[in-house]
Design a protein around this ligand. Sequence first.
Ligand SMILES: Cc1cc2nc3c(=O)[nH]c(=O)nc-3n(C[C@H](O)[C@H](O)[C@H](O)COP(=O)(O)OP(=O)(O)OC[C@H]3O[C@@H](n4cnc5c(N)ncnc54)[C@H](O)[C@@H]3O)c2cc1C
Length: 381
Amino acid sequence: MFPSSPDPLVLETIDRICKNEIPRFQGEAHYNTVPRALFKVFGDAGVAGLAVPEAFGGIAASASTSAAAFDLISRYDMGPAIFISVHAMACGLITRFGSADQKSSLLPKLASGDLLAAFALTEPGAGSDAQSLTTEAVQDGASFVLKGGKCYITSAGFADLYVVFARTADASGSGISAFLVPPGIEGFSIGSPEKKMGCELSPIASLFFDGARVPASALLGPLHQGFKVALSGLAGGRVNIAACANGLSRAALDAAVRHLKERRQFGRPLAEFQGLQFMVADMHSRLEASRLLTERAAADLDSPSASISSTRLSSSVAKCFATDSAMSITTDAVQLLGGAGYIREYAVERYMRDAKMLQIVEGSNQIQRMIISRELLDGQD
Ligand SMILES: Cc1cc2nc3c(=O)[nH]c(=O)nc-3n(C[C@H](O)[C@H](O)[C@H](O)COP(=O)(O)OP(=O)(O)OC[C@H]3O[C@@H](n4cnc5c(N)ncnc54)[C@H](O)[C@@H]3O)c2cc1C
């Protein structure tokens, strides 16, 4: 139906890694960490280089292949899918906007999984309204001095490289620039991992800049064009978040169907009660619609002829619909398992907690609805 299709070889490799490797990292000992050994296994298999060109050691996967990869990983555990998708977004930005030096020095190590990247846009005072960010980067000779802070940054404390968005001119979107900032430099510190509702294998924390100095060569893309850099990463990011939602929904629906067939009440399997059959039918229909919207959005990203406007629209529709569907499907799965659904051992409560995150990140679903309605009502690129 859609012109681009995922690469089956990449997906086979990912499925094998997920089955063999993820379970040993799912214990509490690894909560609130990025398990670097796991990231390296993905790196060795090419998955850390999904968004890196082959010339720099990556696999330059299509948006369709990337989306299918994140869908698959999320069926096992959403944490690795999230930190790898953020890493892929940062790699994509370096590929598109990096200087020759930035690309040759960073991309091969990012593709191999030796370096992990993070994306730092959100601030305590600037979330949905990211353009209002106040972290500043003041030019001082051949360097920029960063002052301010970021919050909720995925992989903070574990990443080797942060794409940091900071204000370099007036108070609008056109006064923001992007910088590549390594940890460990003077004036740059990182908070403790936040204690959060779910997604335990993908930590978030705050970044604090107090006079951190980076060379002018750390600028990613043109001066004052950082907001465009950020936006260019978000369309692909949203499709990947939709894909994560579909992976969670698939895992939840499979668990619910298994349970309905096995569990007996009133002398019959639960699967024989029509009220529950109808719930399963609705869950399946929502997942199918979400998958098709996600494939459509990925195909738009892969199509050289798709307009910016149609890509923005399809990625926001997919993100909003698939993540709202995942919230509904995972909540229904908990209900269908009854008491067992509320117990950690059965995993569906984890899917439900993880689904909530997806309605908030990469532009909340209210923001997606604003983008969708703006595209329809203003109708311009
Ligand atoms: C687990 C997790 C990981 C994250 N990872 C990253 C990361 O790696 N990098 C990064 O930069 N950020 C990251 N974030 C931050 C995330 O992108 C923001 O939380 C998100 O953009 C929402 O911003 P906010 O939390 O400030 O909410 P707010 O902007 O304060 O919004 C609060 C509520 O109001 C709604 N709202 C806001 N404005 C409007 C409006 N105009 N109309 C209608 N409703 C509105 C929102 O939808 C939301 O429901 C992460 C967050 C989480 C929870």
